[in-house]
Structure formats: structure tokens, C-alpha cells
Ligand binder design. Sequence first.
Ligand code: GLC
Ligand code: CA
Length: 554
Amino acid sequence: MTRKWWHDKVAYQIYPKSFYDSNGDGIGDLPGIISKLDYLQDLGVDIIWLSPCYQSPLADQGYDISDYYAIDPRFGTMEDMDRLIAEAKKRDMYILMDLVVNHCSDEHEWFQKACEDPDGKYGNFFYLRDKKEGELPTNWRSYFGGSAWEDLPGTDKQYLHVFHKKQPDLNWENPELREEVYKNINWWLDKGLGGFRIDAIMNIKKAIPFHNYEPDREDGLSSLQNMLHEATGIGEFLGELRDRTFQKYDAFSVGEVFDEKPEEIPDFIGENGYFSSMFDFNETICGQSPKGWYDAKPVTPDDYKRCCFEAQERIGTIGFLSNIIENHDEPRGVSRYIPDGECCPESKKMLAALNFMLRGLPFIYQGQELGMENTTFASIDEVDDISTLEEYRNALEAGLSPAEALRAVSRFSRDNARTPMQWSDEINAGFTTGTPWLKVNANYTSINAAAQMDDPDSVRSFYKKLIALRKDPIYRETVVYGSLEPVWEDRHNLMAYYRKGDKMLLVIGNYQKEEQEIGLPSACKKILLNNYADVAMNGSVIKLHGYQLLILEM
Ligand code: GLC
Ligand code: CA
């Protein structure tokens, strides 16, 4: 495999709105990010992915872009962006922007022009269909609920939006649209970006001709998955995208890829794949129900292990997955993958290491390094996220009481990850001097960066050790390129695997609060990492403490 500059890197996702507010308006911003670059450098981060900060009405928090060439004034200016790229470069860090090109905003000039002249050039930038009384063009349900079709203002047509109605889908079948997208990507890469995280990309190829699918809920609509399963030929778009943009710059690209077909993995992330990497969502989709969040099953430790190993096996050494335990679309990983009531520094560190040591690129979501947890909502009025609001309505329709529905959606709400970053125990967790746009998690007085910076036993310090191990010249080759082999796969509440390269490492996590005994298969040369101060080792037998995590050199 050709070695690439990003293979041994550690990435960190910033959700700009909630990271750090420099001017007291309650909204995080680019100058705020710049002021925290030293914090990230100290942690050991190399690549920073920014969730969108382009000009946007923020209907979906910036994933609805009204100008791809402008920074939204709430986040700062283009000068701030240039300064961020330059300041990152000084620290050997790379900035990734979020590439949101399945759709734009209904406030984008293209859409406005399509409304004025639906039969003209810009009408063909979107998917438009003639409006028929009492009949929709297709029965597709948008991801955020309701029909995926909406009236095109001022016309007798309707447009397709697979997400919110303020996010009209762009017509990738139109070469003129694709040219506009490539032009914009290259404009950004010319500025010195390291690359892009690519949003919702599997949606750009629709099954043509459009038609109805079997309804799967009482609303008579059908999940978009049915249509996407039928679509073929996305590779032509993605190959062209790579050739015309990323490849020319040796840029890093990571795709938000779902439901790829197994035989297509080499095309996606193999040598000269469409993307440098793609996210592993196997754990995040575990337990999901077609009925909605209210019907989802919790993820047990054994489920978590199985999902990680499945994903690892599927990819093997074809390429590199990007491993996450959470992002801005998910609840906090520690609240989800650690059984209820058992979140503690030890269990958080265990989860961190089990995920971090997998083969692939580790991505840390802001606050994950502090062990930030899910928040609580006193009422649905405290929720901002459009998908949580939709899932709440859905739960009520299914017959849940308001209290049950709130409890059900609280577990999965995207707002869990979007509460302000907890910098200190000062007012508003040190995030802003004004009123934060979203309520701060009440536990900030105990979970915050200031308290963890100088504490050698903090969750953050443990992340630093994990990052340092990945970069240690003695172990880097094995941690980055080594193969992964599960051990004791059938043992309940135990997740363990080898990483084998020029060294042999054994990662062991006792995924329960009770002790558990294991017999090592061979002699241990060295303990590289331990989330406890001691290890109860008797010959080759180790009695693991609850949630003990060990990384051993064998
Ligand atoms: C992706 C983003 C999510 C957004 C959606 C529509 O899934 O991660 O936040 O709502 O795309 O752009
Ligand atoms: Ca601000």
C-alpha cells in the first residue's frame, strides 16, 4: 500500500457553533477556534474537521449552505478562516471543511433562480417535477420526516429534498452542477485546506426513473433506503469528483458513507479509492429500528464488540476506516456504549482505548476527550435539533405519552453532542460570556477541560497517552499499519484484540463492572497502558478490575 501523509494522523471534529465563543454572542466562532489551537496541539491532534461554517440560514445548523464561498458572519469572516488555516499550518495541523453537496439551502442563489425560471438553467440544478393535485411525484419519506417533495414557490412544480425542506437536493446528473461543485472544492483547496469530510454523499445517486416503493409506515411513505438500494452507478460521480479535485492536491477526504456494497469497498477506500477513508458507522446503527428512535434497542458490550470486529473484518487491510465513538449526529458515546449508571473515568478510558486502537484513523469529537456525557432535557422545548423534534412527533404518533417520548428521544438526540464544550467550571462552562445558544450540560462543574489538563489520571490525560502511543516511533508502524485479530471473541463482556505488525500488541478491555479473569496466551513483555494504577497478575493469569483496560506488548 502506498504510504500517505494522513495514515498515522489523529483527527478531531469541531462543531463550531458549540466550541468556543470569542465575542460573547453565545455562538462559537472561528476566532474562538484559533484561540484553542494550542489546546488541540497539546492533546496531539493533527487534523481538524470543522462542521460547516459557510453562509447558511442554519435550518440544519449549517448543513444547509446558501453560499459555498462565504463564511457565515455568526462564525466570523473569510480573513478569520485564512488565519485559522495559517495558524494550523504553523502547528503542523491540517484543516478539513465539511463538503455538503447533496443539497444546498433554499436560500442559495441557484434555488432562487430555479424558482424564477424553473425551465431555465438553474431549474436543472435541482430535481423538479410537475405538481399534480392529490398526488406526489413519489412516496419517499424525507430523513427529517414527511414527504420528500415540496412545492417550488411561485411555480406549478415540486422539488425533491431528502433532508429538510430547506435543503433542496442538487441534481448530480447535470454536468453543469458537477462543474460548479468541483470549482468550489478546488477554490478551497487552493486556500490550503488539508481536505474535506464529505456529507451524506451516498444520496447523490438516485434510482432513475423515480418511482414509488412499498410504504413502510402508516403515513403511506417509504424509507429512502429502498430507493438508494436500487440506485447504481454512484462510482461514476465519485471517481470524477476525486479526479477533478482531491487527487490533484493529494488532499485527505473522508466520506460519510452508509450502505456501501461489500464488493465496492476497494473502489471506495482501496488504493486510489474515491476517498482516503470513510467512517465506520456499524456501532452507531446498531439497534436502530425502522419505526424510529423510540423503538431502538440499547447497544450491549457484546454488541459493541461484534460491530467493531465486523467492520474491521469487512475492511481488512484494503484501506483505512475512520473510527468514531460519537459525532455531531449522535449521542455521547460514553452514555450510549457504557451500560446505564456505569459511566466513570475507568469505563470511559476503556471505551476510548478499545476504539482508538482499532485499525484505522481515530477521530475524536469535541469534548469526547473529557468524557462528556449526554445532557438532560427538562422538556421538549429545550430541544433545538430538527431530527429530535421529528422523532418526538413520531413517538407521540406511535402512542407514547409526552414523558415517554421525551425520554426515548433524549437517548439519541443530536443535541447531546451539541451542548457547549465544557472548558471550565466557570459560568456557562467557560464557553461564552453571553447566553449560550444551547443549554450547557449541568455536569460541567465536574467534567471540564480546566480540571483535567494537569491531572495525570484524567480522561483527557489518558487520551493524550493513547495519542502518544500511536505516534511513538517504536510502536507507530504496528498501531497504524498492523493487522487486527480478535481474541476470546466469544467471552461475554470482554473485548480484546491483537494488533500485529513488527510488534505484537494485545488490547484487553473488561467491559463490565465485575472483575474477570483471563489467562494470557503468551508472555507479556511490557504493559504499555493501564487505566488502573495496578494490575493483578499471577503468572499468566490476570484478574482484571471492573472496566480495566490494558495494552500489552507480547
Ligand atoms: C449529515 C450530517 C447531518 C446533516 C445531514 C444533512 O448526515 O452529518 O448533521 O443533518 O447530513 O446534511
Ligand atoms: Ca461568537
